[in-house]
Ligand binder design. Structure first.
Ligand code: NAP
Length: 242
């Protein structure tokens, strides 16, 4: 009798868990099932290549992409079975979470190329607008604020801005002193923020939410939040920003 009741409770518990997980996005579900996530990288240069490599080392599955697939294939080969290469559209389809890390001048093309593949996906946006490098679109993005501008160029994506104002050369180092360095992030979507935060923590940074995408304008080189700081320092600076 007792064991029947226990079995019933166990089945009911599993049903509740299944319903809860089915209510979540692919990203949350994937991470919920195994703790590991499929990540599509669009722009596998200095930032995308470095972050993708540390995520592979953390056990995630990563597809690298750019317009030069030979580079992506070579990188994936070096990293082993958890890494692969594809086109940007293949990476967008593969990833439950995407990292978009291209020069801002390429972002309008990336948005058009990926189209509906990014709708509803968690997208980590590292892209910074520099007028000298990216031209008119950067001027517009700086006026609008980088977070809101990215949201307009990547319609339907659940954007979290992160990794914007530290050097790529340090992005593989945070896991040596886990939690010491803070990562200021901004986003409007609670679940996307949670999913991105987990991936950021996995490679050693402590995420610090500074606000919604409108605050993305502060996540760029040359702002008070730029550079490596402790989580506490980031919270103090963020409290002074309007
Ligand atoms: N470097 C840093 O320390 C740093 C730090 C934080 C943030 N950021 C920002 O993060 C972004 C990436 O910086 P990065 O230094 O990694 O640049 P990068 O080394 O020049 O890499 C850019 C990558 O994007 C690819 N790409 C360019 N246009 C593309 C398109 N239309 N479709 C698909 N892939 C495309 C490039 O490959 P192909 O040309 O072969 O397509 C390359 O793989 C920039 O917006 C930058 O401002 C940089």
């Amino acid at each position: 009798m007792k064991s029947d009741r226990r079995r019933l409770l166990k089945v009911a518990g599993a049903a509740v868990a299944a319903v809860t997980l089915n209510g979540l996005s692919g990203a949350a579900r994937a991470a919920g099932d195994s703790g590991k996530t499929k990540i599509g990288i669009v722009g596998s240069g200095r930032v995308g290549g470095t972050l993708g490599s540390v995520w592979v080392k953390a056990g995630h599955q990563v597809m690298f992409s750019s317009r030069t697939i030979e580079n992506d294939k070579a990188l994936a080969k070096k990293l082993g079975p958890n890494a692969r290469a594809g086109t940007p559209r293949e990476a967008a389809a593969f990833g439950d979470v995407l990292l978009i890390s291209v020069p801002y001048g390429s972002l309008p093309d990336v948005g058009k190329d990926l189209g509906s593949l990014i709708k509803g996906k968690v997208v980590i946006d590292t892209c910074n607008p520099f007028v000298e490098r990216d031209g008119e679109v950067a001027k517009w993005a700086r006026e609008k604020g980088a977070g809101l501008a990215s949201a307009e160029l990547l319609p339907g994506a659940r954007i979290v801005r992160a990794f914007n104002a530290i050097s790529y050369a340090r992005m593989g180092e945070a896991n040596k002193e886990r939690g010491r360095i803070g990562m200021p992030i901004a986003g409007d979507d609670r679940e996307a923020i949670d999913v991105a935060s987990r991936l950021i923590r996995d490679i050693g940074y402590e995420p610090v939410l500074i606000g919604g995408l409108a605050k993305g304008k502060y996540l760029m080189p040359g702002t008070p939040l730029a550079g490596e700081r402790t989580p506490e320092e980031i919270r103090k600076i963020a409290a002074t920003l309007s």
